[in-house]
Design a protein around this ligand. Structure first.
Ligand code: DGI
Ligand code: FE
Ligand code: FE
Ligand code: FE
Length: 188
């Protein structure tokens, strides 16, 4: 799928603000790929498509995930905010014929991360957090880190996300903790 086609599809399916977020993630992912020696086209495509089913209903997302139980069944036991990530991968595989497993995994893990993330997975995870339209406490610190060290930036994102979830007494998906522990190890 060409990036222009993906952008058209995203514009048609998502509201304006989320469309702009998707373009921001795509552009940021492209720049990070250039900076860290990743594949720019795949980064831009995964970034553009990552939130494609963000506004599907919880029932629709659940049904999609349950049709492919191997994909990610256990996220259904956690926050419904996690569901659009694996369901997005199912959607782009079925509707756009995307079979590149690195792109599919970058979409699946864009919300939670996981241990042993590939370069592309880290790029999409980070781009989702720091794209220019984002504005939450601490984001500039992560943007600064992203200029210097990809792993340090991903680590900070995980630390801030987990801290935020804990401060709100929300559950933390185990793979998010695993990603955090893995980055601590990688940074040693
Ligand atoms: O879809 P976006 O808004 O662009 O961002 P996202 O897909 O990264 O979703 C982030 C939301 O998911 C954020 O509000 C925190 C929430 N969330 C809920 N449970 C978890 C979680 N995020 C992580 N990393 N781990 C969780 O267990
Ligand atoms: Fe998302
Ligand atoms: Fe995110
Ligand atoms: Fe996003």
């Amino acid at each position: 799928m060409k990036i222009e086609e993906a952008e058209k599809a995203i514009k048609a399916i998502l509201p304006e603000k989320r469309y702009r977020h998707s373009v921001g993630v795509s552009e940021t992912a492209g720049m990070l790929a250039e900076q860290y020696g990743g594949d720019k086209d795949r980064a831009k495509l995964a970034g553009m498509l990552h939130d494609i089913v963000k506004y599907f209903s919880d029932d629709e997302l659940k049904t999609m995930i349950l049709r492919k139980p191997g994909t990610w069944g256990d996220c259904l036991d956690y926050s419904d905010k996690l569901w659009h990530a694996p369901a997005g991968a199912i959607y782009i595989e079925e509707n756009f014929g995307i079979v590149d497993s690195d792109i599919l995994n970058a979409v699946i893990y864009h919300t939670t991360g996981r241990k042993q993330m590939t370069l592309l997975e880290k790029i999409i995870f980070l781009a989702d957090y720091i794209e220019p339209g984002r504005d939450f406490p601490g984001v500039d610190e992560v943007r600064e880190a992203a200029k210097q060290d990809l792993n340090q930036a991903v680590f900070l994102e995980l630390q801030k996300t987990i801290t935020h979830l804990l401060s709100k007494s929300q559950s933390v998906y185990p793979k998010t903790f695993e990603a955090y522990n893995d980055l601590v190890q990688q940074l040693k």
